[in-house]
Design a binder for this molecule. Structure first.
Ligand SMILES: Cc1cc2nc3c(=O)[nH]c(=O)nc-3n(C[C@H](O)[C@H](O)[C@H](O)COP(=O)(O)O)c2cc1C
Length: 176
């Protein structure tokens, strides 16, 4: 069993959370691969893979080509770096092209701090799409929060590692 952590990221926040989740899983003894959408498309999914998918919240949900373009254009004004993975398709398109799988999965996002009813949560859209593709969701969708200037809040990387360690406990094969 391998956990495949697939992320979309424009400014690097979701990428950093994905890496922290990978470390949290590995630290708990569960092998993990952390892949951009493009790398995940190239790799494909095997029957034993457990999928963890994360994306930034854009306009209350998953990004579209237009919002990704706006994010890249706005990056200098926001004084943020564009993530190396930012070009190309997002999680919405990747999930749309995914075959029915029937394996286990979980979803996360990054979003602004505040009530989810006001900010939206990409992870809820991801979880819905995963369910529609036949995945069993093994954790509630989780959000990791950023400040108004798009920086991860302190402790969010630690919280991501802990979330992954808890996930590892749920998915690890039972030792007989
Ligand atoms: C075009 C655009 C739209 C956004 N819309 C929302 C939103 O509706 N709700 C929210 O909480 N955050 C929103 N954000 C903030 C991002 O979700 C947040 O900065 C996220 O951490 C970015 O992740 P990334 O660094 O992986 O790209 C938006 C950001 C951009 C660039």
């Amino acid at each position: 069993m391998t956990v495949v952590v697939v992320y979309e990221s424009m400014y690097g926040n979701t990428h950093r959370i994905a890496e922290a989740i990978g470390h949290g899983l590995a630290g708990a003894g569960v092998p993990a691969e952390v892949l951009s959408v493009e790398a995940a498309r190239e790799r494909g999914l095997g029957p034993e893979d457990v999928l963890v998918v994360g994306a930034p919240t854009h306009v209350h949900g998953l990004s579209r080509a237009t919002t990704r373009q706006a994010a890249v254009q706005d990056a200098p004004g926001r004084a943020v770096e564009v993530d190396p993975s930012a070009q190309g398709e997002g999680v919405r398109e990747w999930l749309g092209a995914l075959d029915t799988h029937g394996g286990r999965a979980a979803a996360f996002d990054t979003r602004a701090k505040g009530p989810a009813v006001l900010t939206g949560r990409a992870s809820q859209k991801i979880a819905k799409a995963l369910h529609q593709h036949g995945f069993e969701l093994v954790a509630e969708p989780e959000s990791f929060l950023v400040s108004s200037d798009n920086r991860l809040l302190p402790e969010e990387l630690t919280r991501a590692r802990q979330w992954a360690a808890d996930l590892a406990t749920t998915i690890r094969p039972t030792q007989l």
